[in-house]
Write a protein that binds this ligand. Structure first.
Ligand code: 4AD
Ligand code: MG
Length: 436
């Protein structure tokens, strides 16, 4: 009978059937007459049981001496085994080695502990490890859930350019690129400005892509290249923005809990912390947040932005994200609509995750008045020529509008309970890392 090719995650549907699994040797245990190769195939890990008496002698010797991460196809029968990781084992009747990793150049990542630098240098291989594998699968789920949310709530996907002539989030973190004929462009810090144009065309839009910031700081929350999803809505106020942000976060956390239990378990994530992420999220003004922070011992003064430590402090007693709004205009980007009653405040909101994961969302309502926008461009010393098209949006059917950006890596770090953001993307780009 032919062996059907299956993937390890589906082993349970093939109990008692002759199957084959194509994968890599994750680990190997052996005693005299039995070898237990642990096989991984990208969907899971299964223990195989190769008994000397049941297979060809030469094959048994080959399996018994196989090196870590050698590639192979194993044939046999799936058996239920409650004690096994995953609940199943495979009794081996045959195998074919695809490539044997040589002893003299062994797989560099062994089950023993390695330092982070070494692992980052070997990121292309580290991704095969159980924890890293789980993190990337959670990331996939987060991205899928984000898209599902917007796709089912009337948003049109309109992706925005990466080469841009303008700064969106301040000129200090721009990556400049030589374009043709002496032209300079910048890598996009955000798709927001284009999103605003797209919202005037489609009503509700989102963009989702890589964004770039020349952050010269070495924090556990900053990458120089990160992925951001950004919705933008015409005829929307700060309250509408907050509502969508809250709904999105609740939905995505729910999907991760529903579809990535195994991965969260592998990461030893305390899932009760995620189960309490429900609407409504607590809301607080910047004024109140500063007062509370000062009482808690922070040195923050009214008028400055939160540091990472402040974000941790302000959420320390909370079991869900906190929404802080109405920041001083001076700490925010040029495009924020001012509060009508207190023009020194910007109608912006930050969503701060609990457990010390920091700001996951930033957004708000945008200026829709032509003269105010022109004034702000001037105050921020932004070249009006580069913003001509953006200014046009305030001339031709301008309406109140708003949106936000959610950083995927920060969100994934929170879901997975990771200390550092670098593990949430396959190939992180940071101040001192552009390889592999
Ligand atoms: O708060 P930010 O800078 O907001 C914007 O870029 C707006 N233009 C978005 C909008 O309104 N459409 O960034 C938004 C989010 C942050 O809350 C954070 O999650 C993430 O992007 N982020 C970073 N993630 C990783 N590394 C960095 N250097 C990040 N900078 C921002
Ligand atoms: Mg921000």
């Amino acid at each position: 009978m032919a062996h059907q090719r299956i993937r390890i995650q589906d082993a349970g549907q093939h109990v008692g059937e002759p199957v084959e699994i194509a994968g890599w040797l994750y680990n190997l245990r052996k005693s005299g007459k039995i070898a237990f190769p642990l096989l991984r195939d990208g969907t899971g890990i299964i223990q195989c049981v190769a008994v000397k008496a049941n297979i060809e002698e030469a094959l048994f010797e080959t399996l018994k001496n196989l090196t870590q991460e050698s590639s192979l196809i194993v044939r046999g029968t799936i058996r239920e085994e409650p004690r096994a990781q995953g609940g199943y084992e495979m009794d081996v009747d045959g195998a074919e080695i695809v490539q044997r990793v040589p002893e003299w150049d062994p797989y560099p990542i062994t089950p023993k502990d390695h330092g982070t630098d070494f692992l980052m240098e070997n990121r292309h291989l580290w991704l095969r490890s159980k924890r890293q594998h789980a993190v990337i699968r959670v990331r996939h789920e987060v991205i899928k859930a984000v898209r599902d949310y917007f796709d089912s709530h009337g948003f049109t996907l309109v992706d925005t350019p990466i080469f841009t002539p303008t700064a969106c989030e301040g000129t200090t973190t721009l990556f400049e690129v030589d374009y043709f004929e002496d032209e300079k462009v910048y890598l996009a810090q955000s798709g927001q400005l284009y999103n605003e144009a797209d919202a005037m065309a489609f009503g509700k839009v989102y963009c989702f892509g890589p964004t770039f910031r020349a952050e010269k700081s070495k924090t556990r929350r900053h990458l120089t290249e990160f992925w951001m999803v950004e919705p933008e809505m015409a005829y929307a106020t700060l309250d509408d923005v907050k509502q969508v942000a809250e709904e999105l976060v609740v939905y995505v956390v729910g999907c991760v809990l529903e579809n990535r239990r195994k991965e969260l378990e592998a990461l030893e994530r305390d899932t009760t912390k995620l189960e309490s992420i429900k609407a409504p999220f607590p809301r607080m003004s910047y004024d109140d947040a500063v007062t509370i922070l000062q009482k808690k011992g922070s040195e923050i003064k009214w008028g400055s932005d939160f540091g990472g430590a402040d974000e941790t402090l302000i959420t320390e007693e909370l079991d869900r994200p906190l929404m802080v709004d109405r920041f001083p205009t001076q700490v925010k980007a040029f495009y924020f609509e001012p509060d009508a009653n207190r023009p020194e405040l910007a109608l912006g909101v930050d969503v701060i995750a609990p457990e010390g994961y920091g700001e996951i969302i930033g957004g708000g309502q945008r200026i829709h008045d032509l003269n105010l926008l022109l004034k702000r461009l001037e105050e921020h010393r932004l070249p009006p020529e580069a913003f001509n098209w953006y200014v046009d949006l305030r001339k031709y059917g301008s309406v109140p509008h708003g949106g936000f950006g959610m950083g995927i890596e920060r969100f994934v770090a929170w879901m997975c309970g990771l200390e550092h953001i670098r593990e949430t993307i396959a190939y992180p780009r940071m101040l001192y890392r552009t390889r592999p």
